[in-house]
Design a protein around this ligand. Structure first.
Ligand SMILES: [Zn+2]
Length: 222
Protein backbone atom coordinates (compact mmCIF):
# COMPACT_ATOMS: atom_id res chain seq x y z
CA UNK A 1 0.00 0.00 0.00
CA UNK A 2 2.84 2.32 0.94
CA UNK A 3 4.60 1.34 -2.26
CA UNK A 4 1.48 2.21 -4.25
CA UNK A 5 1.41 5.58 -2.50
CA UNK A 6 5.10 6.31 -3.12
CA UNK A 7 5.16 4.90 -6.66
CA UNK A 8 1.62 5.09 -7.98
CA UNK A 9 1.29 2.71 -10.93
CA UNK A 10 1.02 4.27 -14.35
CA UNK A 11 -0.35 2.97 -17.63
CA UNK A 12 2.56 1.37 -19.52
CA UNK A 13 1.41 2.92 -22.79
CA UNK A 14 0.17 6.47 -22.11
CA UNK A 15 1.99 6.84 -18.76
CA UNK A 16 -1.08 8.25 -16.97
CA UNK A 17 -1.84 7.30 -13.37
CA UNK A 18 -3.98 4.18 -13.06
CA UNK A 19 -7.10 3.96 -10.95
CA UNK A 20 -7.52 1.18 -8.39
CA UNK A 21 -9.52 -0.84 -10.93
CA UNK A 22 -6.87 -0.68 -13.64
CA UNK A 23 -3.83 -2.94 -14.02
CA UNK A 24 -0.92 -2.39 -16.43
CA UNK A 25 -3.07 -0.39 -18.88
CA UNK A 26 -5.67 2.33 -18.43
CA UNK A 27 -9.15 1.65 -19.79
CA UNK A 28 -8.59 3.94 -22.76
CA UNK A 29 -5.36 2.25 -23.87
CA UNK A 30 -6.89 -1.17 -23.34
CA UNK A 31 -9.67 -0.14 -25.73
CA UNK A 32 -7.55 1.74 -28.26
CA UNK A 33 -4.18 -0.03 -28.28
CA UNK A 34 -2.86 -0.94 -31.73
CA UNK A 35 -3.27 -4.71 -31.45
CA UNK A 36 -1.10 -6.49 -34.01
CA UNK A 37 -3.10 -8.69 -36.35
CA UNK A 38 -1.87 -11.94 -37.77
CA UNK A 39 0.22 -11.24 -40.81
CA UNK A 40 1.44 -13.39 -43.62
CA UNK A 41 5.08 -12.28 -43.28
CA UNK A 42 7.27 -15.35 -43.02
CA UNK A 43 10.88 -15.88 -41.99
CA UNK A 44 12.97 -18.78 -43.22
CA UNK A 45 13.87 -20.29 -39.84
CA UNK A 46 10.82 -19.26 -37.80
CA UNK A 47 7.79 -21.56 -37.78
CA UNK A 48 5.33 -19.05 -36.28
CA UNK A 49 5.47 -15.63 -34.74
CA UNK A 50 3.22 -13.21 -32.89
CA UNK A 51 3.41 -9.73 -31.38
CA UNK A 52 1.15 -7.86 -28.98
CA UNK A 53 1.06 -4.49 -30.72
CA UNK A 54 2.14 -2.54 -33.75
CA UNK A 55 5.22 -0.45 -33.08
CA UNK A 56 3.88 3.10 -33.22
CA UNK A 57 2.72 6.05 -31.10
CA UNK A 58 2.31 5.16 -27.42
CA UNK A 59 3.69 1.65 -27.98
CA UNK A 60 6.91 3.08 -29.40
CA UNK A 61 7.15 5.52 -26.47
CA UNK A 62 6.55 2.70 -23.99
CA UNK A 63 9.30 0.53 -25.47
CA UNK A 64 11.69 3.48 -25.49
CA UNK A 65 11.02 4.10 -21.80
CA UNK A 66 11.60 0.40 -21.19
CA UNK A 67 14.86 0.20 -23.12
CA UNK A 68 16.38 3.62 -22.63
CA UNK A 69 14.54 5.07 -19.61
CA UNK A 70 15.41 2.30 -17.15
CA UNK A 71 11.75 1.29 -16.76
CA UNK A 72 12.71 -2.36 -16.49
CA UNK A 73 9.54 -2.94 -14.43
CA UNK A 74 7.65 -3.01 -17.77
CA UNK A 75 8.99 -6.53 -18.42
CA UNK A 76 6.28 -8.08 -16.26
CA UNK A 77 3.27 -6.31 -17.78
CA UNK A 78 4.67 -6.96 -21.27
CA UNK A 79 5.04 -10.64 -20.36
CA UNK A 80 1.49 -10.81 -18.97
CA UNK A 81 0.06 -9.34 -22.17
CA UNK A 82 2.29 -11.51 -24.35
CA UNK A 83 1.22 -14.63 -22.44
CA UNK A 84 -2.44 -13.75 -23.08
CA UNK A 85 -1.70 -13.27 -26.76
CA UNK A 86 0.22 -16.56 -26.98
CA UNK A 87 -2.51 -18.50 -25.18
CA UNK A 88 -4.84 -17.38 -27.98
CA UNK A 89 -2.65 -19.13 -30.55
CA UNK A 90 -1.97 -22.82 -31.01
CA UNK A 91 1.77 -22.57 -31.43
CA UNK A 92 2.46 -22.63 -27.69
CA UNK A 93 1.66 -26.36 -27.73
CA UNK A 94 4.83 -28.39 -27.39
CA UNK A 95 7.17 -25.51 -26.53
CA UNK A 96 9.96 -26.98 -24.38
CA UNK A 97 11.97 -23.91 -23.51
CA UNK A 98 11.94 -20.11 -23.80
CA UNK A 99 15.04 -18.15 -24.78
CA UNK A 100 15.74 -14.63 -26.03
CA UNK A 101 17.74 -12.62 -28.57
CA UNK A 102 20.45 -11.18 -26.30
CA UNK A 103 22.15 -7.80 -26.48
CA UNK A 104 25.95 -7.65 -26.48
CA UNK A 105 27.97 -7.65 -23.26
CA UNK A 106 28.81 -3.99 -23.82
CA UNK A 107 25.16 -2.99 -24.25
CA UNK A 108 24.09 -5.00 -21.21
CA UNK A 109 26.89 -3.49 -19.15
CA UNK A 110 25.94 0.07 -20.12
CA UNK A 111 22.18 -0.42 -19.70
CA UNK A 112 22.39 -2.66 -16.66
CA UNK A 113 19.94 -5.17 -18.10
CA UNK A 114 19.02 -7.08 -21.22
CA UNK A 115 15.52 -6.03 -22.22
CA UNK A 116 14.62 -9.27 -24.03
CA UNK A 117 15.97 -11.44 -21.20
CA UNK A 118 13.74 -9.75 -18.60
CA UNK A 119 10.64 -10.31 -20.75
CA UNK A 120 11.63 -13.94 -21.42
CA UNK A 121 12.12 -14.64 -17.70
CA UNK A 122 8.79 -13.02 -16.79
CA UNK A 123 7.05 -14.88 -19.63
CA UNK A 124 8.47 -18.19 -18.42
CA UNK A 125 6.95 -17.52 -14.99
CA UNK A 126 3.58 -16.60 -16.51
CA UNK A 127 3.45 -19.72 -18.67
CA UNK A 128 5.28 -22.19 -16.42
CA UNK A 129 7.84 -22.93 -19.16
CA UNK A 130 11.59 -23.11 -18.37
CA UNK A 131 13.75 -20.23 -19.57
CA UNK A 132 17.32 -20.86 -20.68
CA UNK A 133 20.09 -18.72 -22.13
CA UNK A 134 20.84 -20.40 -25.46
CA UNK A 135 22.40 -17.54 -27.43
CA UNK A 136 25.26 -15.17 -26.95
CA UNK A 137 25.92 -12.03 -28.93
CA UNK A 138 29.60 -12.34 -29.55
CA UNK A 139 30.25 -9.08 -31.27
CA UNK A 140 28.84 -5.60 -31.01
CA UNK A 141 27.05 -4.68 -34.24
CA UNK A 142 26.17 -1.35 -35.75
CA UNK A 143 22.65 -0.20 -34.85
CA UNK A 144 20.32 -1.69 -37.45
CA UNK A 145 18.66 1.73 -37.74
CA UNK A 146 21.79 3.14 -39.37
CA UNK A 147 21.47 0.68 -42.24
CA UNK A 148 19.24 0.79 -45.27
CA UNK A 149 17.28 -2.18 -46.43
CA UNK A 150 16.94 -5.81 -45.44
CA UNK A 151 20.12 -7.07 -47.14
CA UNK A 152 22.40 -4.63 -45.30
CA UNK A 153 20.72 -5.46 -42.01
CA UNK A 154 21.10 -9.16 -42.68
CA UNK A 155 24.80 -8.77 -43.48
CA UNK A 156 25.37 -6.66 -40.37
CA UNK A 157 23.93 -9.32 -38.09
CA UNK A 158 25.58 -12.36 -39.70
CA UNK A 159 28.01 -14.08 -37.33
CA UNK A 160 26.97 -11.80 -34.45
CA UNK A 161 25.44 -14.63 -32.40
CA UNK A 162 26.48 -18.10 -31.35
CA UNK A 163 24.73 -20.90 -29.50
CA UNK A 164 25.61 -21.64 -25.88
CA UNK A 165 24.43 -24.39 -23.53
CA UNK A 166 24.27 -26.41 -26.72
CA UNK A 167 23.40 -29.70 -24.99
CA UNK A 168 19.97 -28.17 -24.25
CA UNK A 169 19.11 -27.39 -27.88
CA UNK A 170 18.84 -30.60 -29.97
CA UNK A 171 15.26 -31.73 -30.59
CA UNK A 172 13.75 -28.81 -28.67
CA UNK A 173 10.81 -26.63 -29.67
CA UNK A 174 11.99 -23.18 -28.67
CA UNK A 175 10.12 -19.94 -28.12
CA UNK A 176 12.41 -17.02 -28.93
CA UNK A 177 11.56 -13.68 -27.27
CA UNK A 178 12.53 -10.20 -28.44
CA UNK A 179 11.20 -6.69 -27.89
CA UNK A 180 10.56 -5.46 -31.44
CA UNK A 181 10.28 -7.32 -34.74
CA UNK A 182 11.40 -5.09 -37.61
CA UNK A 183 12.75 -6.76 -40.76
CA UNK A 184 13.23 -10.02 -38.87
CA UNK A 185 16.98 -10.06 -39.65
CA UNK A 186 17.97 -10.43 -35.98
CA UNK A 187 15.29 -12.96 -35.02
CA UNK A 188 15.81 -15.03 -38.15
CA UNK A 189 19.57 -15.16 -37.57
CA UNK A 190 19.01 -16.25 -33.94
CA UNK A 191 16.59 -18.92 -35.17
CA UNK A 192 19.09 -20.08 -37.81
CA UNK A 193 21.78 -20.53 -35.14
CA UNK A 194 19.40 -22.53 -32.94
CA UNK A 195 18.28 -24.71 -35.86
CA UNK A 196 21.90 -25.32 -36.84
CA UNK A 197 22.54 -26.44 -33.25
CA UNK A 198 19.76 -29.02 -33.67
CA UNK A 199 16.56 -27.31 -32.48
CA UNK A 200 13.37 -28.90 -33.80
CA UNK A 201 11.44 -25.66 -34.29
CA UNK A 202 11.57 -21.98 -33.40
CA UNK A 203 8.60 -19.74 -32.68
CA UNK A 204 9.00 -16.03 -32.06
CA UNK A 205 7.12 -13.76 -29.65
CA UNK A 206 7.72 -10.01 -29.52
CA UNK A 207 6.15 -7.08 -27.72
CA UNK A 208 5.72 -5.12 -30.95
CA UNK A 209 6.05 -5.46 -34.71
CA UNK A 210 6.64 -2.67 -37.18
CA UNK A 211 4.16 -2.20 -39.95
CA UNK A 212 5.57 -2.42 -43.47
CA UNK A 213 5.37 1.35 -43.87
CA UNK A 214 7.58 2.19 -40.89
CA UNK A 215 10.02 -0.69 -41.16
CA UNK A 216 12.87 1.35 -42.50
CA UNK A 217 12.06 4.46 -40.51
CA UNK A 218 11.86 2.96 -37.04
CA UNK A 219 14.90 3.09 -34.86
CA UNK A 220 15.93 -0.47 -34.14
CA UNK A 221 18.43 0.47 -31.48
CA UNK A 222 19.19 -2.46 -29.25
ZN1 LIG B 1 -3.11 4.48 -21.00
Amino acid sequence: MLLRFLFPPKCILCHKLLTDEETDLCHKCREDMPVAKREKRTFEFIAHWCAIWYYKDSVRDSIWRYKFGNLRCYAEPYARLLAMKLLDTSFLDGIDVITWAPVSFLRRFNRGYDQAELIAVALGKELGIPVKRLLKKQRHTRAQSTLNGASERKANIQGAYRAINIADIPGKNILLVDDVLTTGATSNECARILKTAGAESICLATVAVTTHSNQTKQNERR
